[in-house]
Design a protein around this ligand. Sequence first.
Ligand code: NAG
Ligand code: NAG
Ligand code: NAG
Length: 439
Amino acid sequence: MEENMPDPEHQRLLNANGSTHDQSHLEYQASARRKFLGSTTVVFFLILAAVSIFGWHERKLPSDPQEAVDLILSRTGVIDGHIDLPWAVRDLYRYNISAFDLEKSTPGHVDIPRLRKGHTAGFFWSAFVPCPDWPDHQAEATKDWDDFTGPNWRVRDTLEQIDDVRELIAKYWDTFRLATTSNDVEASMHEGRIASLIGIEGGHQLGNSLAVLRMYYALGARYMTLTHMCHNAFADSGGYLWPLPPRHHGLSEFGRTLIHEMNRLGMIVDLSHTSDETAAQAILESEAPVMWSHSSARSLWNVARNVPDHILAMISEEKKDAVVMVNFSADFIAGEGNATVEAVADHVEHIVKIAGKRHVGIGSDFDGIEKTPVGLEDTSKYPNLFVELYKRGWKPNELEDLAGRNFLRIFKKVEKVASKIQREGGLPSLDIYSARKDL
Ligand SMILES: *[C@@H]1O[C@H](CO)[C@@H](O)[C@H](O)[C@H]1NC(C)=O
Ligand SMILES: *[C@@H]1O[C@H](CO)[C@@H](O)[C@H](O)[C@H]1NC(C)=O
Ligand SMILES: CC(=O)N[C@H]1CO[C@H](CO)[C@@H](O)[C@@H]1O
């Protein structure tokens, strides 16, 4: 519109300016116009979104399931809740990251070509240190491991694990990107790099110090499993295959404080490896959503570390949002010879039956397991699980939720809870473990 041409609408507004008489009427008109324009825009985008979603999901998918899944996963890749590459590097190479080449191949389940082939969008690198006397899990229940007054190698060893992760991300920076926020994860996916998150695999790695938790957070860790295979000062473990005699009957008081501190920081509470009592109490205690970084369904394979139905039934978006990321260990999926990609799909579908499709994810435990299911031998094979579920009638958007969106949803909620607590003035817990003698 030209400058000197009076716009009647503009003129009316100018005239009305200063006059209280029809001001409110004019404002009403203007706001009605904005609303109309606003809703037209909304409707337009809704139609556009519907066309693009249905167009892509329903029409353009290739008829071959493998090709369809490749297309779906090329949009939203897999975010794996638990990969033990750092422990493999310690075990096989004494942390000499010059002694192997992730661009080529590794003896384990994880290297860059296989991650890429499997459409990996991101994963948690597990910073793991075993429990004392590992693997004599049973003995640990009876001992008190918490009264550390001497050197605590578990904290040193955890720092070495985190260092290894960060050095590998730096060395292969064009493939990996350290992700400490959900925005980082999305940005990495956008750039085509693999989002690299860090998880701590047990409260025993804290040396019973909340300050150590905060420092792990500062170094990039974004979940901590409350226990590994031993009880600790905070919580009871589920043991290995069979439950251990309980020590706290779930969480200790210090464990409840730990959960509040994790909520305040934005560190996700991970319940893999915990006892049922610990898991049930932690779900109620945590203000933020929780996760199982690598656990399957107990009613399909009865081992202590798989999640039982009564706990799956505690999860919902209204009550406590959560995601159970299914473990691929052959030992935890089915009996000898029966662990297949179909059996893993059964675990996924059982969790879905109780908790719903928005509460499942993938947490392979690659490089931390000896036996893998047939069809899921390494990180290049994730698509096989999606092909199986696609054949069982899963919709593309449901497969995307399973691949990574469910995890991202709970991660974002955990971040929101942390910023709310901090905005409201939540301060770090200064509690000291009661049996500590040097302070
Ligand atoms: C690490 O591995 C490389 C390649 O095998 C070797 O040349 C180097 O000496 C090793 N470094 C250490 C500190 O062991
Ligand atoms: C494997 O599955 C078959 C058929 O369901 C069953 O009979 C067999 O006991 C299973 N093997 C083990 C070791 O669980
Ligand atoms: C929590 C869980 O079940 N994880 C396990 C998956 O399987 C292997 C054993 O083969 C364990 O090492 C993991 O800790």
